[in-house]
Design a protein around this ligand. Structure first.
Ligand SMILES: Nc1ncnc2c1ncn2[C@@H]1O[C@H](COP(=O)(O)OP(=O)(O)OP(=O)(O)O)[C@@H](O)[C@H]1O
Length: 377
């Protein structure tokens, strides 16, 4: 039986963003969000996730240089006229930022702030917009009577609910949530994530959720893209990327978090030494090679493109699909440079550099690694 793929609501094509400082924050990103689906964007701080989110609605400083295409329902956001862009920012796609206190206006009642875009963009009467605001507050789990509150009268979790109500105000097709729970405690984080999940599912809204927390994304999203130094280095079904990442960076990021639903896992969380590179001074070759425990000597020269990898996955690593590829389960000979890096990162891993990329690799229980054969040939 063949299945018809969902039409793309958002198509990002070869997007580059360079700040006036020279920082190449987004470099050649190609991503698609199908209608009604949820895409997670993961990566360490500084990898370009927020820049990508802001670029989607042209919310970057005017000095930032953008090239490529951002097609929302087939219309290129980058070439839209200002009036059209204003409408699209509410009805086409809306953004929920982290830290709601900074995004809400401290001197206006929250009901008025939710009602304002309904008047402006849906041409509702003030009375109808107030009723809509009350309804939206109830949808996000707040009593309608809170409409008269000012932002400082609400808790952090309540303010984030207000941000979600505002994002929903004009019935967007896509919500971009940039670290929507970062400033909240763990219990409230879970509530807000479940709320977002429920609302997008009930209303058929597509979601792009940005987080440094791969576990949250794997739990919430259908697909997952891993960004490093401004590029997507891996993309595929969320759970597959989380469980059996093909790119060494994806594997390292995944290893840094406890396993979902496996409290007894022997894969203790494990950090990745070093930091992402300065986007104004990127290393040559693969930008991850200075931190990569399985890099070949040639990785200092070659920067592989993100390529189709089978099983609905894409990855950008020369080792993916080769003998000894990360996740292939076969013996690797990553070369002397990798052995030296693995030894400095973790002496225990020196004898088996694959173990540095995958703490589970030396564990026989990890032998059932189901990473697909990612050889494009
Ligand atoms: N307005 C700006 N001007 C110059 N450089 C910027 C600007 N905003 C971000 N950058 C740089 O662009 C790079 C990507 O930043 P960005 O905020 O997009 O990353 P991120 O992955 O979202 O990080 P975080 O998770 O910390 O928000 C960083 O090196 C950052 O310093």
């Amino acid at each position: 039986m063949t299945t018809t793929p969902s039409p793309a609501l958002l198509e990002i094509k070869d997007l580059h963003v360079t700040y006036a400082s020279g920082a190449a924050a987004v470099r050649g990103v190609d991503l698609t969000v199908a209608a009604g689906t949820k895409l997670g964007i993961a990566g360490e701080s500084g990898c370009g996730k927020s820049t990508l989110a802001l670029a989607l609605l042209r919310l970057l400083p005017a000095s930032a240089k953008l090239t490529g295409e951002i097609l929302l329902d087939g219309e290129d956001v980058l070439t839209m006229k200002w009036g059209r862009l204003r409408a699209v920012r509410w009805a086409g796609a809306s953004i929920v930022f982290q830290g709601a206190m900074h995004s809400l206006n401290a001197v206006h009642r929250i009901g008025d702030q939710i009602a304002e875009p309904v008047v402006l963009h849906q041409h509702a009467t003030p009375a109808a917009a107030r009723r809509r605001a009350a309804d939206l507050l109830e949808q996000v789990g707040l009593p309608a009577a809170r409409a008269s509150a000012y932002p400082h009268e609400l808790s952090g979790g309540q303010r984030q609910r207000v941000m979600i109500a505002m994002a929903l105000a004009c019935d967007p097709r896509l919500i971009v949530a940039d670290e929507p729970t970062t400033a909240l405690d763990v219990m409230i984080q879970a509530q807000i994530l479940r709320l977002i999940e429920r609302l997008v599912a009930d209303q058929g809204i597509s979601l792009m959720m940005i987080s440094h927390d791969l576990t949250v994304l794997a739990d919430t999203c259908d697909r997952l893209a891993v960004m490093y130094a401004g590029r997507v280095v891996e993309e595929g079904p969320a759970r597959a990327v989380y469980d059996t990442a093909a790119h060494p960076y994806g594997r390292a990021l995944s290893a840094a978090f406890p396993r979902i639903g496996d409290p007894a896992s022997r894969r203790a969380p494990r950090g990745l030494p070093g930091d992402p590179p300065d986007p104004s001074a990127l290393p040559g070759g693969c930008t991850f090679h200075p931190r990569c425990p399985v890099a070949l000597d040639s990785c200092a020269e070659d920067d592989p493109a993100l390529r189709e990898a089978g099983a609905g996955r894409r990855a950008a690593c020369v080792l993916v699909g080769s003998v000894g590829a990360p996740g292939s389960g076969t013996a690797a000979d990553p070369g002397p440079a990798a052995a030296a890096r693995a030894a400095s990162a973790d002496p225990a891993a020196a004898a088996d550099p694959r173990a540095a990329a995958d703490p589970g690799a030396a564990d026989p229980s990890a032998a059932a690694d189901s990473t697909p054969d990612l050889d494009p040939a």
